[in-house]
Design a protein around this ligand. Structure first.
Ligand code: GLV
Ligand code: MG
Length: 306
């Protein structure tokens, strides 16, 4: 299990569509997930499971993080999703996205089930990670325990289901509900998820922006979670990929500045015989805290190949 995979862009691909699965292979996303949940009709789920096993074992995913979203635990489909996909393609799968997680017990169930299948199939136990989606009020209330549950690599915000769960009076994900003119109606939820993720040392991922042709709207809404510190965002369409990769990579000037801070601080520390303390970089005073901030930006930039 690797909790530090690059996840700037995570492409949602319906598990029922051979055409969209093929197209996904060529897109420049860090992660993709083959969906068995909301993108797949109930009668198409059985066939989609088999298609997903074929798509994963065939390969051609070019280093992307390979994920499957199973159905939520309040349906009759989840266990069959997990057993079919992991028995059939467990060695070619990096994480399972579990939707509508409202208690850490959901994650524990998946962890135990995965362990059973891994043992039975001779797979490495514990390699497959879990990404819980926080999509309702109960999940947000339980979020710290969910973040610390076994195998969790990232917390994912599910804005559409979440907005419905709290009765928010808006039909457009990320847009401010009419009548709420005192700030950003999403700030609390995003910052709560981010804080829980950082406290548990896992990644924080923003969910989808549904107006796929509105790239300006995507930039505005995604820009907020990127600025807060989220690691990435879902994309639903090829038109969204470049904007999201760019939003979740540092700006070139910030990246260059971060590398300069790290170089200057390292030089200063070794010149002072290893003693850490404050130093000057031009007119800017830098210290151990500056080094930590610079490491975050430089780390993201290096992961993005800057
Ligand atoms: C995603 O699953 C969402 O509900 O926004
Ligand atoms: Mg959802």
């Amino acid at each position: 299990m690797d909790g530090r995979r690059a996840r700037r862009s995570c492409l949602a691909v319906p598990g029922s569509s051979a055409k969209m699965i093929d197209k996904a292979r060529g897109l420049a996303v860090d992660q993709f997930f083959l969906d068995l949940e909301d993108a797949v009709a109930p009668l198409a789920k059985a066939e989609a499971r088999e298609r997903i096993v074929g798509a994963l074992t065939e390969g051609g995913w070019d280093g992307k993080v390979r994920s499957v979203r199973v159905n939520a635990l309040d349906t009759e489909w989840t266990y069959r999703d997990v057993v079919t996909v992991v028995e059939g393609a467990g060695a070619d799968l990096d994480t399972i996205i579990l939707p509508k997680v409202s208690t850490p017990d959901h994650v524990r169930w998946l962890d135990l089930t995965l362990t059973q299948i891994e043992r039975a199939m001779g797979l490495e136990v514990g390699r497959i990670g879990i990404e819980p989606q926080i999509e309702d009020a109960r999940g947000l209330v339980e979020i710290d325990a969910i973040a610390r549950a076994p195998r969790v690599e990232a917390l994912i915000y599910g804005p559409a289901d979440f907005m419905a769960s709290v009765n928010m009076r808006s039909l457009v994900v990320g847009h401010q509900p009419p009548g709420y003119d005192v700030g950003d109606a999403y700030h609390y939820t995003l910052f709560r998820i981010l804080t829980a993720a950082r406290a548990a040392d896992v990644q924080a991922i923003d969910g989808p922006y549904l107006q796929i042709k509105d790239v300006d709207g995507l930039r505005e809404v995604g820009g907020r979670s990127a600025a807060l510190g989220f690691d990435g965002k879902w994309v639903l369409h090829p038109a969204q990929v470049d904007a999201v990769n760019e939003l979740f990579s540092p700006r070139q000037a910030d990246y260059d500045h971060a590398e300069n801070i790290l170089d200057a601080y390292e030089w200063h520390t070794s010149a002072a015989g290893g003693a850490r303390g404050a130093a000057m970089l031009g007119d800017e005073m830098i210290d151990e805290a500056s080094r930590k901030m610079a490491l975050v930006i430089a780390g993201k930039g290096r992961a993005a190949g800057m």
